[in-house]
Design a protein around this ligand. Structure first.
Ligand SMILES: [Zn+2]
Length: 669
């Protein structure tokens, strides 16, 4: 099947075959989509007789599909396009599409038409779709009077504008750390020094982009440099984003109040597996208790170790965590994380992860060099299932000026069985992408790559649903981080790593003993890592769960940090100003920890001795990935596990200190 658009007309993408698009062309492309969407709604509203799936739900879903693709592609170009004029236009159009989506979500005529559809002959996926849609209509306030709905629309549009501006500020405001003495870079790897030569005046400039920042926090011997980098990193988009955040929180609270909820957190969890802010508080409390003793023990061990090297050291600062953990792991587990970087040059890792996913999920990936891409660094890949084309993805993996600074997977086009194929993209900031730089990755980078690829597989393999509205990553929002975190676990398999992790100079595969040491070392600090996640989780909840007029985001940050973590607070930390999860996940950052529990339960179903070739992967693909959002999350879980989820695998993982993930970072997208 070819790529068909639901419009069955030209222009599935805003760019042409060469990947070219300018601001005017993009505007025209989005306006055409918005007009077509309106036409679908008009058609639906003009139905006079019985409402059927074909005359009503199909038209509604066409509108949903078009809004989804237009919004996602505009948002993508806002994140990645090299030309600022195009990015600015893309942001403006993302806003326009969001406004159309809000208008649709408050359209009483559409709601009544959907509610009147004869569902007698509907299959379970369709029934689930319609009931979820009607629930979301009610949660949006469709039953309010005209004036109230107009006000809700205005509030929602304002929230969109504030959100987009907040994200733009993070994307465009890179902080810099300048050094005049190369000795300050002591401890950093050779290739890092090579990539950061002094300029004619002898000044070395480091940016807060991830590949610059992360090695400093892990390897730099200079506590002073680490502290400077920590401050530079955690003051990105400050002060600009502070008032934007406060305005956004106020708007969200007003929306929640109008809709009859005590707080935004209650509204945002109402249609999730979590259910309510009270349940969320309970969940945080349980994990807090479960991780406390372990985290205290881990901190005491690392502090005692640091004191041996630096007698008189009172406490570890937040900016010291990565560095001392690294040194501790070297001694306690005989593992130096620099020793594995040569085995993870970017290109080989990319190939290894694609090969792994292909074998695991029984698909194949073909590079498509004809497909238009928005930058020469980007590659396009077609996905085949038993020889049949079933989707496409794009990899945009290295930092660029003006590009989004984080790691995420973005669904672009929702797949609809027999009508259009799914497309998705990864937007990342891994090392490499420059000539002469092999892009040696830290092992935590490779874990992140697995994570994002898990999202990608969900978007593509879930893309054969009858409706766009349940296609791909359309589960409850708090199920979304299950497939990504499940795939992370594969990183720890020595045989799998040996299949692609080869020394970039000698070609020698990574030794099993080294992988074992890496696994043991990286597992150390899990309880501490959970508490770091709980700090972000609690902060996201707390700012959305109290009257915004009285909120002081700085005081709350400091208080929450001190409550959850043992490290000395660094004054001037304004992390919230660049914490973009507050925009996307709002109160629901808990999703990562909540889904980690499920992901580990899922991973426990795999045969460790036969991870890739065993039958579980295909069963997982069919039960979890392929249904997309056509079932509630609890059903997906029971279909795969044959029971409800349990905490056992997670508890074992925390206690076992065996295989671990990076701990001092915000979760990637
Ligand atoms: Zn994710």
């Amino acid at each position: 099947m070819n790529h068909l658009s639901v419009e069955e007309s030209k222009g599935l993408h805003p760019w042409n075959k060469e990947g070219y698009v300018d601001a005017a062309g993009l505007e025209q492309w989005v306006r055409d989509r918005l007009a077509w969407q309106q036409q679908q709604i008009d058609t639906l509203l003009a139905v006079t007789g019985d409402k059927t799936l074909e005359n009503t739900l199909r038209a509604y879903d066409n509108a949903v599909a078009t809004l989804s693709a237009a919004g996602s592609l505009a948002s993508l170009l806002d994140s990645v396009h090299p030309d600022k004029e195009v990015r600015d236009k893309a942001r403006e159009l993302t806003q326009a599409v969001a406004e159309a989506a809000t208008a649709l979500s408050l359209n009483q005529g559409v709601y009544r038409a959907l509610a009147a559809i004869d569902m007698a002959s509907a299959d379970p996926a369709t029934t689930h779709y319609v009931s979820q849609t009607l629930l979301n209509y009610r949660l949006a306030g469709v039953d309010k009077d005209d004036a109230t709905r107009a006000h809700l629309r205005a509030l929602s549009d304002k929230a969109t504008l504030l959100s987009l501006t907040f994200a733009k500020n993070v994307q465009e405001n890179v902080n810099r750390v300048e050094l005049t003495d190369a000795a300050e870079l002591d401890g950093l790897p050779e290739d890092y020094l090579r990539n950061h030569p002094p300029n004619a005046e002898g000044v070395i400039t480091l940016t807060t982009d991830y590949p610059d920042m992360q090695p400093v926090m892990t390897f730099a011997r200079s506590a002073e440099l680490r502290l400077r980098m920590f401050r530079a990193y955690n003051t990105r988009a400050y002060p600009a984003n502070r008032p934007l955040l406060l305005d956004l929180l106020a708007v969200r609270q007003e929306i929640a109040t109008i809709l009859g909820f005590a707080s935004w957190a209650d509204l945002a969890t109402a249609n999730q597996m979590m259910g309510s802010a009270a349940n969320l508080k309970k969940f945080i409390g349980e994990l807090e208790l479960a991780s406390r003793a372990g985290a205290e023990r881990e901190y005491a061990m690392v502090l005692a170790f640091a004191r041996k090297q630096q007698p008189g050291l009172a406490k570890l600062k937040s900016s010291d965590r990565g560095y001392w953990y690294e040194l501790f792991r070297r001694e306690a587990f005989d593992f130096d994380s620099q020793s594995v970087r040569p085995y993870f040059p970017y290109q080989a890792v990319e190939k290894g992860i694609l090969d792994t996913a292909a074998r695991l999920f029984h698909v194949s990936f073909q590079p498509n060099r004809e497909a238009g891409v928005w930058h020469p660094q980007v590659s396009a890949w077609d996905v085949y299932d038993r020889g049949q084309l079933c989707g496409r993805f794009y990899l945009d993996m290295h930092p660029r000026e003006g590009k989004d600074k984080w790691f995420s997977a973005a669904p672009l086009i929702p797949g609809i069985e027999g009508r259009q194929l799914p497309e998705a993209a990864l937007i990342c900031n891994f090392p490499g992408g420059k000539p002469d730089d092999p892009g040696l990755m830290q092992y935590s980078d490779v874990v992140t790559f697995f994570h994002e690829f898990g999202h990608l597989m969900h978007a593509i393999l879930g893309g054969r649903q009858p409706w766009a509205g349940v296609s791909g990553i359309a589960t409850e929002g708090d199920f979304v981080e299950v497939p990504s975190q499940m795939l992370e676990e594969f990183f720890h398999d020595a045989r799998l790593l040996a299949s692609f992790a080869r020394h970039y100079q000698t070609g020698e595969p990574i030794a099993e003993a080294l992988v074992e040491r890496m696994n043991r070392a990286s597992a150390f600090g899990r309880a501490d890592g959970i508490r770091t996640q709980l700090f972000y989780t609690s902060y996201s909840l707390d700012v959305h769960n109290q009257p915004p007029q009285e909120l002081n985001p700085d005081a709350l940050l400091e208080e929450g940090y001190k409550r959850m973590l043992p490290y000395e607070w660094v004054d001037g930390n304004r992390m919230y100003a660049s914490f973009t999860h507050l925009i996307g996940y709002s109160s629901n950052y808990y999703t990562y920890m909540f889904d980690k529990v499920i992901a580990l339960d899922f991973f426990g179903q795999f045969d460790r001795a036969n991870l890739i070739e065993g039958p579980t992967a295909m069963r997982y693909r069919k039960a979890i990935l392929e249904p997309g959002g056509s079932k509630p999350g609890t059903r997906l879980i029971e279909d795969f596990l044959g029971r409800r989820q349990k905490m056992d695998a997670f508890a074992e993982w925390v206690g076992e200190e065996f295989a671990g993930s990076s701990a001092n970072q915000q979760e990637k997208g």
